[in-house]
Design a protein around this ligand. Structure first.
Ligand SMILES: [Zn+2]
Ligand SMILES: [Zn+2]
Length: 381
């Protein structure tokens, strides 16, 4: 079938909105008509070349929509179901999938990097030229074919613009706090970075009952936003940041989340955490980054330093769980959406993101299902 998609021909060139050919779903795959897609920092980083990815490709990996066709082997969704999309499908049989860590699926990771679906082939073509997928989803398009396990069924009452965001940024930040750090009531936590992932970590810390939630970000306006999402304190980085964090938390925080990935943040997180505390690295550092830590303290202080990919989640369980908390009013996910864009305005959204003007931008394909009034409407300051 023909679809309209935003194509990245090569990094740093403007995206092109064109007609592409999308092949039918194979037996384990699902065709989804997108209602909305979020625009994530990883899309922008791939567009600049900071995250290497095959090109030409269709970016976008935060999507939600309606199932239009299913392959012969797909049983967990039916035509007409509403789905949020997970950019890490799972094979269900490798040691990681079997042990309950599907985001580490050893079948999915190589295909993700290769820009294909799980069987190593693509469904997207421009004329006769193959076009790569991005993170299995390629949601900057009216339709997409995804691995069956990437299509997570959700309730029909959930606005699909909100559901789209849960597919990456929200799940990443929420899961780092709930699944990996396992933040406990009354504890203290510092979150580095107040972008979409950082704000999701703040919301998760709040619902986990953390008593003190400190956010560090160089942009003062983002700290105000973080407070609106439940942070108790906001700090702009300074040379004496570690000291200030220790003072503010009465000797050190129990948990630190690095949602930024910038140089030096791991060292600051390590310094600000109490002995026995937990540091979770979420923001993707530069490929050349080689962070260093003080050796003796590494032994003596028994701190736990761990990465967290995609919220260390089980997407088919965690995405519906997060959306139930949204419906119940405990996670104000809709307040993450700053602005809606047309499909051919994604370059502008990248620029707005770089300039710190967005919590999350979304492209709306179906205003009714997305739950948003219309494109280019500012929904929140
Ligand atoms: Zn993302
Ligand atoms: Zn697997």
């Amino acid at each position: 079938m023909e679809i309209i998609a935003s194509v990245m021909t090569c990094p740093d060139e403007p995206l092109e909105t064109v007609t592409l050919e999308l092949s039918d779903p194979r037996p384990d795959e699902v065709l989804v008509r997108l209602a909305a897609t979020g625009i994530c920092a990883s899309d922008a980083h791939t567009h600049t070349g900071r995250i290497p990815s095959p090109a030409p490709c269709v970016l976008g990996h935060e999507g939600a929509g309606v199932v239009e066709r299913i392959g012969a082997n797909v049983t967990h969704v039916a035509v007409g179901d509403h789905v949020a999309l997970s950019w890490m499908p799972s094979c269900g049989v490798c040691r990681h999938c079997v042990s309950g860590r599907p985001v580490l699926c050893s079948a999915a990771a190589p295909a993700l990097l290769a820009g294909t679906l799980l069987d190593g082939t693509v469904r997207l073509h421009r004329g006769t030229e193959p076009v790569s997928h991005y993170s299995f989803l390629s949601t900057f398009a009216t339709h997409t074919v995804v691995p069956g396990s990437s299509a997570v069924p959700i309730g029909r009452h959930v606005p699909l613009a909100v559901a789209s965001l849960v597919g990456c940024g929200i799940l990443t930040g929420y899961g780092a706090v709930v699944n990996k750090a396992r933040v406990t009531p009354g504890s203290s936590i510092v979150v580095f970075g107040a972008g979409g992932v950082g704000l999701s970590a703040v919301m998760a810390a709040r619902v986990s009952g953390a008593g003190q939630i400190i956010v560090v970000d160089p942009v003062a306006a983002k700290l105000e936003e973080a407070v609106a999402f439940g942070a108790t304190d906001g700090l702009v980085p300074s040379d004496d940041l570690v000291e200030r964090l220790r003072d503010l938390s009465g000797g050190g925080v129990d948990y630190a989340i690095d949602a930024a990935g910038g140089e030096g943040i791991l060292g600051q997180a390590f310094g600000a955490t109490i002995p026995g505390g937990t540091i979770v690295c979420v923001g993707m550092p530069d490929v050349a980054a080689r962070p260093s830590l003080p050796g003796p303290e590494l032994v003596r202080d028994e701190k736990i330093i761990t990465g967290s990919l995609y919220g260390s989640s089980r997407p088919s369980i965690d995405i519906p769980s997060i959306l139930r908390q949204y419906t119940a009013g405990t996670l104000p996910l809709d307040r993450m959406i700053t602005k809606a864009y047309e499909l051919d305005q994604i370059d502008r959204a990248f620029a707005d993101m770089r300039e710190g003007r967005l919590k999350r931008g979304v492209v709306v394909f179906d205003e009714h299902l997305a739950g948003l009034a219309g494109p280019a409407v500012t929904l929140a300051a």
